[in-house]
Design a protein around this ligand. Sequence first.
Ligand code: ADP
Ligand code: MG
Length: 676
Amino acid sequence: MKLQFLKGIGPKRLKLLEQMGMVTAEDLLMHFPRRYEDRSRIQKLAELQDGQAGTFLASVVNVTEQRTRTGLYILKAAIRDESAIATATWFNQPYIKAKLTADTVFLMTGKVRRQFGRLEIMIQDLEPADDKAEGNPGRILAVYPASAGLQQKVFRQAIAQILDAGCPLKEFHSPSFLEEQALTGREEALETLHRPATWEALDKARERLAFDEFYFLHLSLAAMRRKDFQEQGVSHIPNATLTDAWIKGLPFSLTAAQKRVIGEIREDMAKPHAMARLVQGDVGAGKTAVAAWALLLAAENDFQGAMMVPTEILAKQHYETLSSWFRPLGLRLGLFTGSLGQKEARLLRESLAAGEIQVAVGTHALIQEKIVYQRLGLIIIDEQHRFGVRQRALLQEKGDHPDVLIMSATPIPRSLALTVYGDLDISKLDEIPPGRKPVETICILEKAREKMHQFLRKELALGNQVFVVCPLIEDSEVLDMQNAEEIYERLTLTLKPFPVGLLHGRMSGAEKEAIMGAFAAGTIQVLVSTTVVEVGVDVPAATVMVVENSERFGLAQLHQLRGRVGRGDRQAYCILVTNTEDSLALRRLKMMTETNDGFKLAEEDLLLRGPGELFGARQHGLPEFRLAKLPEDMRLMERAREAAIRLMDADPDLRQPEHGETGRMIRERITEMVKG
Ligand code: ADP
Ligand code: MG
């Protein structure tokens, strides 16, 4: 059905719909309601409760407009029903005014405030009550994400016409599958989602469609993985020339967990198809050493290895660690970052293409088009959640199905790990090298700041170093920086004469490096920074991590920050500064003081704040669900995953006739994912 044939959709609205990404009837059906309104619960104005949302019928008595000095536009209408009068308010929506005709009864929904005997309602939704063209005969009304010119009525009417003509989105599961999974049919689910008869039916409809979201995600992941598998990969056979020499030369012996994980990697890499393995290990568990072993195994087999990390600072640090280990073994390494000079970059690229460089370490610079490897056999991605699926694919394509090793310090439940990282085998590095004292964590309120300064001076006098991390404020790099600058200035004064440095995201790579270098060398003793230090920086003399406005961080993030200190043999401290009175936030911070177990913290975070938060604001690669919600729908996801795996086992290429539509959708989806 073409949208322009629908009643109520003229050229102008057609265009507006297109701007919202809707071109077909199917698109409109997939435009899911934002919320629902319960028309069975219409109240009288006099019954509305302070602080709650309410729906009522009222007519408009008069309208006034005003503009505040800050430019806010406020529209107020005196409204009434037979029980009371009230003030209805809208902010910054001047177009509402024209709708507020006298002699019309409106159905309104809004947030209620009762104060000094006055009733004021901030209106969220408004429409003429006697509107016969209403899309839903039932009492639960869908409310859509709308835009100027596309009112609720437009969506309701258009979608009703499409559904009345027969839902164009057909069922693709078999009847037996639906029965086994106790799922509502697709047409019925879509009908209910847009025109629910009851709240129970709505739950079932939502469940069905959320199931599909998970199901397709897992089918795509499995199919992607299978694609990698089918084709020949690289076989790395241990011949011990480099790996053994390196292990012998290490100043420490590998932990049992490191040995176990290396064993798992050895087995994978020996196989003639591509490895896809995730190593999960808490901060400080020694993931770099595991990565080093894999890189050496590739080098033993005359393959190149590439290690990609999210920040320049981290790239440099890994480059230095690996250089100190690999140079004595006669290997050549290259550091690829965005801040290389042109000539330098060209020379490095040439050496890489000629195969003279065996190990490339770098940032996104490693996936630039110009970069060519002679024989790329292994790629390692550190802190993968900072990268998207697409970036990983780009690096992979630089070789002929290279082995892939992903490392992460974010300990997340397996089921969720699969949605974030794809269908990978998982190794757990669940042991911290011996001799390290756990970091002592305390949470302090703003007013204890002076005491904290005394403590810091004591530590600094011992030659120890301090990190001070300031959070992201409102997603603005500028504010972010100002906040960090203020703290930097304050500490420069209060901690005199100890040298304080500042690091923030606005600095150039070279500036950051200079500051980090000075901190690593100890000429700067206190480093104030925005969250740039979050991943991986290793400064053994750093014993104190101060986190400002710590309530703004996720627990997993705080745990990672805490992992930046205590890398040497001195007792380390983490001080979480906060001003919050929010009990949930305080509970989260308290948890930090009670446990050093990253896995436990991550699970708590997942429960309290959902998966997006687990990775911090900048996380990539977490799929966007339109209906599914994690962690609430975790069980549903498990079910969908199992079903997806069963299907892939039974019909790997999805070529059987009854899987035709599913197969088509999956192929489309994979193309999209890889394109990013
Ligand atoms: P992460 O897992 O957080 O990346 P790193 O690889 O940076 O941890 O290791 C943290 C520190 O522990 C490094 O200084 C590293 O040299 C050291 N280390 C790694 N493995 C061991 C071990 N088996 N015994 C002692 N120290 C180790
Ligand atoms: Mg690391």
